[in-house]
Design a protein around this ligand. Structure first.
Ligand code: AMP
Length: 183
């Protein structure tokens, strides 16, 4: 399959911004329009897969739910396995989990510890990094299961919210396909 020719600027133009969703003042960066465009989806996955390949990924981990869309496609493109990082109560086996703080309240993520062999290099993939709370909790959980987490990939970075900087402080290299100013 030939690589789709869409520049990062063209990909950025495919992301729709919806003001005041889900709360007043939030600019929601909606990837529905990007994934609904066949070249946009293919080019995004192609760029992410190149980055994951360079990072030496043994497996891809994707965060529920939009991380599943990009992460699973990257795993298929590279011919490697995919680990879903799930919201609580979804996985049928004995899980390990982590609670983490949100702006209001807390949330929890769970994985199947049997999905990871100790020392496996797992590259995390999600649609967007904002504060980095979700990605940091995922990295901590995957590390507890024995994974080596040194790389995380996102389609969209909101640099003003500082998440990428927080991940780098935790020893995780961050690559993104595009940035949006503000939150
Ligand atoms: P965070 O844990 O703060 O880095 O938030 C990351 C998660 O929240 C991502 O999985 C996104 O899907 C979602 N998210 C946060 N802010 C936005 C936004 N402005 N637009 C779209 N999704 C967002």
């Amino acid at each position: 399959m030939t690589a789709p020719h869409l520049s990062r600027e063209q990909l950025k133009a495919l992301v729709r911004t919806i003001p005041d969703f889900p709360h007043p003042g939030i600019q929601f960066r909606d990837i529905t329009t990007l994934i609904g465009h066949h070249q946009g989806m293919a080019a995004s996955v192609h760029h992410l897969a190149q980055l994951a390949d360079s990072a030496g990924a043994h497996k891809i981990a994707g965060m529920e739910a939009r991380g599943f869309i990009f992460g699973a496609a990257v795993a298929v493109q590279l011919g490697i396995g995919f680990v879903p990082v799930r919201k609580p109560g979804k996985l049928p086996m004995q899980t390990i989990g982590i609670d983490y703080a949100l702006e209001y309240g807390s949330d929890r993520l769970e994985i199947d510890p049997g999905a990871i062999e100790p020392g496996q290099r797992i590259v995390m993939v999600d649609d967007l990094i904002a504060t980095g709370g979700t990605a940091l909790a995922s990295a901590e959980l995957l590390r507890r299961a024995g994974a080596v987490i040194e790389h995380a990939l996102f389609v969209i970075d909101l640099p003003d919210l500082g998440g990428a900087a927080r991940l780098r402080e935790a020893g995780i290299d961050v690559c993104t396909l595009m940035e949006f100013e503000g939150d």
